[in-house]
Ligand binder design. Sequence first.
Ligand code: NAI
Ligand SMILES: O=C(O)C1=N[C@H](C(=O)O)C[C@H](O)C1
Length: 268
Amino acid sequence: METPIKVIISGPRGRMGKEAVKMVSNNENFQLVGVVDRINEGKKLSEVDNEFNNIDCLVYTDIKHCIKDTQPDCLVELSVPQAAFEHIKTALAYNVRPVVGTTGLNQEELDELETIANDGNIGCIIAPNFAIGAVLMMKFSQMAAKYFQDIEIIEMHHDQKLDAPSGTAIKTAQLIEEVRAPKKQGHPDEIEKMPGARGADMSGMHIHSVRLPGLIAHQTVMLGGQGETLTIRHDSYNRTSFMTGVKLSIETVMKLDRFVYGLENILD
Ligand SMILES: NC(=O)C1=CN([C@@H]2O[C@H](COP(=O)(O)OP(=O)(O)OC[C@H]3O[C@@H](n4cnc5c(N)ncnc54)[C@H](O)[C@@H]3O)[C@@H](O)[C@H]2O)C=CC1
Ligand SMILES: O=C(O)C1=N[C@H](C(=O)O)C[C@H](O)C1
């Protein structure tokens, strides 16, 4: 058997973090060696939450300390954007390969991380969405945008989500920008009688963010043409939907020597 990949997870008590802790702990090719959290320094993970019973790795509140103690191969980052940037930079500085799901990093931060990873020849994967179906939804939208230039992206999430628009919506619009020339949509003289009524504007496309209890993660892309519309939709009904992508990213990042933004770039 191959030596397991040593993994640390940031944000282990979060909705995604919990799912990732379970997935990594139950995979014989991975070894969870530590977690990074805001609180609970020095406790065993099993002492923090009943869901983690039998998982005895330690909680660290300082990622440097965690890396020095546990010598991990990979950081799975699933916390908050304010903490994520420093976590990823620290991981790269210690040759630990980041797999990042945390959304809300700005373009400047992404550019800086890309430079650090590429200059150091270290694998780093940042994926705004780890669900395979969501990646297909983004790619299908990009394909369709060649033929339909009028596009409204409607992303719908649970009401505890911090960032809007979602990372997935931004990534979808970026993929569409690669094939669609900027175009202001709607009537040239349209007036927003309430600010935000037409959503956020990216190259003339509009992005609308819905937040409701009961939702998990959903996105509809509507494309309009003469006498027809095309609607492409993806739904995550629970967070296990993201784990196939997290697992694939951990395996792949170990073989990479560069920065990758988007799961579509590592799928066959
Ligand atoms: N790429 C993907 O497929 C997905 C990405 N996400 C993103 O993952 C992130 C986490 O989402 P959720 O789990 O829903 O959020 P959450 O709020 O449930 O979890 C975040 C966790 O991070 C912890 N945290 C805060 N500061 C920290 C710090 N300095 N160090 C370590 N941990 C810290 C919080 O205590 C909390 O437990 C968000 O940015 C979200 O947009 C969520 C789902 C899928
Ligand atoms: O916060 C979430 O829940 C999700 N965040 C990611 C995003 O911002 O796109 C991925 C998924 O939509 C769930």
